[in-house]
Design a protein around this ligand. Structure first.
Ligand code: ZN
Length: 194
């Protein structure tokens, strides 16, 4: 475990990762709310590609939202985060690898950076800058969904929609969380055209 409010001057990088429906955004918002209660200045950023619900809010699936700023590139976070004590970044898998350097720069200058994102894409491969962020983070939290097929803990996001587009943002009609064994079964069935 880590000191959640910690040393106000101590920069750090925290990563919250997992599959779809694992509660990543909820956990991000929980930590940011606590930082706000501690009277720290908080800013949230997300990539402009994530326009599922709203252009100005980080919205989690349980409607527990905090306002945020959409940015086109990770570099813009550096420009917009000056003077901020706690920086939250949601849907971080959609940023490029430049986000790794941005998070390091922020943390090295004393900012607490909390990054949430998918650790794997729908094929089960590491997603965007998340694996590198996990490597350099002070703390990594992997949250789990529940497998809709068998009820075990799920870490895979199986895509139901038939498209090859990697950046497909979806809800229950597009993805389902699966455990390893159910994910492997579904992948085999998908390959066989069932
Ligand atoms: Zn399962």
């Amino acid at each position: 475990m880590f000191l959640e409010s910690g040393n106000a001057d101590g920069g750090r990088i925290e990563v919250i990762c997992g599959s779809m429906f694992s509660g990543k955004t909820e956990e991000l918002i929980r930590r940011l709310r606590r930082a706000k209660f501690a009277r720290q200045s908080v800013e949230i950023f997300k990539p402009t590609v994530d326009v599922r619900y709203s252009a100005v809010n980080v919205v989690s699936h349980d409607d527990n939202s905090i306002s945020s700023t959409p940015v086109d590139s990770a570099q813009n976070i550096l420009l917009l985060a000056s003077g901020v004590q706690v920086v939250g970044i949601d849907e971080a898998q959609f940023f490029d690898d430049g986000l790794v350097d941005v998070c390091n720069q922020l943390a090295n200058s004393g900012v607490r950076v909390i990054v949430a994102g998918l650790d794997m894409d729908y094929t089960g491969k590491p997603f965007g800058p998340i694996p590198k962020l996990m490597a350099i983070a002070d703390d990594v939290t992997k949250v789990h969904a529940v497998c809709v097929r068998c009820g075990a803990l799920a870490q895979f996001s199986h895509r139901l929609a038939k498209t090859d587009k990697l950046v497909l943002l979806g809800e229950t009609d597009s993805y389902e969380p699966l455990c390893r064994s159910c994910f492997l079964k579904m992948k085999t069935e998908d390959k066989n055209g069932n």
